[in-house]
Design a binder for this molecule. Structure first.
Ligand SMILES: Cc1cc2nc3c(=O)[nH]c(=O)nc-3n(C[C@H](O)[C@H](O)[C@H](O)COP(=O)(O)O)c2cc1C
Length: 190
């Protein structure tokens, strides 16, 4: 399949088996991630691979911080919410967390570095697709909370952009019909 065909056929797939994927495969994906365009060569890409029991530890952290915001964490509805929160990281055997590090280069523009990391995440999605893996980019408010980035060990100033859930597909993904770029594009020729 050509690169163009791959890009056009990729879809997110949240239906992921809880079966391990090899570290070598994860490294292959990450090596595609650091091949994105980047201004001033700031190399802003930072990744954390969460797998195994670390997913449980992360789920517990998420539930504890959510509980701290609740008036009554023992209320049955809240208990259900916290259980759901605790289990979220278990939706895939591997989560790649991607962030943009704050550069020391005075010329660096954070929004550009974040753009480069976003491209890196898309490379991971495309490469996963080529390897027959299921992948989905997830965010939510935890992505933009400094205490989460800090718990995950990212350097101060790093902005998280994605939690990419990865694994073997539990069900094959459903192909999508996309709109033509025609609807989103103007041309200026004179
Ligand atoms: C920045 C970003 C954040 C996203 N966050 C979520 C999310 O929190 N939960 C989710 O189910 N999907 C999330 N997605 C995946 C989108 O829902 C998905 O890409 C969209 O439905 C288009 O489907 P496709 O990827 O199959 O083309 C996110 C995608 C991007 C680019």
């Amino acid at each position: 399949m050509s690169v163009i065909e791959h890009i056009k056929s990729r879809v997110s797939n949240p239906l992921i088996e809880d079966a391990e994927i090899s570290d070598e495969t994860i490294c292959t994906l990450l090596d595609t991630a650091v091949c994105t365009a980047v201004h001033y060569n700031t190399e802003p890409w930072r990744f954390l691979v969460i797998k195994g029991d670390a997913r449980v530890r992360f789920g517990n952290f998420l539930a504890e911080r959510a509980a701290a915001e609740m008036d009554d964490p023992n209320d049955p509805l809240n208990v259900m919410k916290l259980t759901r929160m605790r289990k979220k990281p278990l939706r895939a055997p591997v989560i790649i967390v991607a962030g943009a590090a704050k550069s020391d280069n005075p010329k660096a523009v954070m929004v550009e570095d974040i753009a480069s990391v976003n491209c890196a995440c898309h490379n991971i999605l495309l490469a996963s697709d080529e390897l027959g893996l299921a992948a989905i980019w997830r965010t939510g408010s935890i992505t933009y909370a400094d205490d989460v980035a800090s718990f995950l060990g990212f350097e101060n100033g790093t902005k998280l952009v994605a939690f990419i859930y990865l694994g073997q597909p539990a069900r094959s993904s459903i192909s999508k019909t996309r709109k033509s770029s025609y609807y989103f594009t103007r041309w200026m020729e004179k």
